[in-house]
Ligand binder design. Structure first.
Ligand code: HOZ
Length: 431
């Protein structure tokens, strides 16, 4: 038995499913998860000493690769000054200044500890601000594990076949409306059927949680107009796209400014941080400025703000990072599409900036129904063939690849060679 297998056996005795977040388990692809030991740059090393080129990057935040000196230095400097105060600190102010400078919609911001906290809080604030109860989300979008979002949810919930989670009460579920992504007419119909009842529309402006799906031309602008017209708070969940698709996230890339934005892991440089922010009049509803309550001892934790500030400052001061990511990701995604074509597969590859997905279907993928047409057993075989060749992908068709600046030309070639061999292996006649 490998050390990973031994650890997984022990973990299954004590941790539900043996993992602390379902998407880490290999349920959709078979086999046992790999336990990691360390990482540097593009490379992950597991507890058995095997190495992999990382295309998950902690689900996005390791945009500069693993253990970048600029972030480690900041944490080393902060470390001797203690680990938590539960009191305000200078870096919280500096991080708020940077976030408001970089993200177009954010005039005021509150730090929390995860993307889930950010989305739960943003929706509560939208409800407090509007005095309305209902929210609208899109099928296959994932906004963390708050009750209100576990209806037609993406990511691990979709992968495990539980997009509507047990444990979410009828009362909560009835306040969440869902419509297909990229379907503006369906949104208009939902608003018309629930006049003056919608507090918020929340969306991943580029979806990463049913695989990578981009917004159709005019979709985000159309939603913006509808929200303005009907007094609905428009929330961009940029937990994965923030600071990744552009310094100001998808809202900068598409030129559509929401009322509120939720941010996650990337603003902690790998440490647990999230944030929600937006228009000052909306954010002034948050306690103690206003009456909508939200709190947290670890919010603005001194190590997390040190890491996050260092990473975001680097991104702010080095816009060339985005050009590099664009060039590398284009080579990876275009190469993947070309290889699939040469093998007669014609699979769909969706890409926006440094996020992309290879869907195991020749049909275009614009929404969840399209994504679900993928050949999941073939994806599972491909996943394991890539892993065997040292390429670490998310263990689900319904997740995106995240590219870091640590991916060199040589690693692009390694990935493309593995991709060709793995696609062939995944489609070889089964014994
Ligand atoms: N939602 C993130 C990726 N789709 C991953 C976080 C997790 O669920 O572990």
């Amino acid at each position: 038995m490998t050390t990973s297998e031994t650890l997984f056996a022990r973990a299954q005795e004590l941790i539900p499913g043996g993992v602390n977040s379902p998407v880490r388990a290999f349920r959709a692809v078979g086999g046992a998860p790999i336990f990691m030991q360390s990482a540097q740059g593009a490379w992950l090393t597991d507890v058995d000493g095997n190495q992999y080129v990382d295309f998950i990057n902690s689900w996005g935040p390791m945009i500069l690769g693993h253990a970048p000196e600029v972030v480690l230095d900041a944490v080393r400097t902060a470390l001797p000054h203690s680990l938590s105060f539960g009191a305000p600190t200078r870096r919280e102010v500096e991080l708020a200044e940077l976030l408001t400078a970089m993200v177009p919609s954010v005039e005021k911001v509150r730090l929390v500890n995860s993307g889930t906290e950010a989305t739960m809080s943003a929706v509560r604030v939208a409800r407090g601000y509007t005095g309305r109860a209902k929210i609208l989300k899109f099928e296959g979008c994932y906004h963390g594990h708050g009750d209100a979002f576990l209806i037609a949810a993406g990511s691990g919930a979709l992968t495990l076949g539980a997009p509507d989670s047990p444990g979410v009460t009828q009362g909560v579920a009835q306040d969440t409306l869902t419509v297909p992504y990229n379907d503006l007419a369906a949104v208009e119909a939902a608003i018309a059927a629930n006049p003056d009842q919608l507090a918020a529309i929340i969306i991943e402006p580029v979806v990463g949680n049913m695989g990578l799906v981009e917004p159709s031309l005019g979709f985000l602008a159309g939603l913006r107009a509808l929200c303005t017209q009907h007094g609905i708070v428009f929330i961009f969940d940029e937990v994965m796209t923030g600071f990744r698709l552009a310094p100001g996230g998808a809202q900068q890339l598409y030129g559509v400014v929401p009322d509120m934005t939720t941010l996650g892991k990337i603003i902690g440089g790998g440490l647990p941080v999230g944030a929600y922010g937006g228009r000052a009049d909306i954010m002034n509803q948050v306690a103690p400025a206003g009456k909508v309550y939200q709190a947290g001892t670890l919010s603005g934790n001194p190590l997390a703000t040190a890491a996050g500030l260092a990473q975001l400052r680097y991104l702010h001061e080095h816009p060339e990072v985005y050009e590099q990511l664009e060039a590398t990701s284009a080579r990876l995604a275009d190469g993947t599409r070309q290889i699939a074509k040469e093998l007669g597969l014609n699979y769909t590859v969706n890409r926006v900036g440094s996020m992309f997905s290879l869907f195991f279907t020749p049909e275009p993928v614009h929404n969840l129904e399209d994504a679900k047409k993928a050949d999941l057993p073939a994806f599972g075989r491909y996943f394991h063939a890539m892993l065997k060749r040292g390429i670490y992908l998310a263990p689900s068709q319904f997740e995106a690849l995240f590219v870091s600046t640590a991916i060199t030309d040589e690693l692009v070639e390694k990935y493309l060679l593995a991709c060709r061999e793995s696609l062939q292996e995944a489609h070889a006649p089964q014994a």
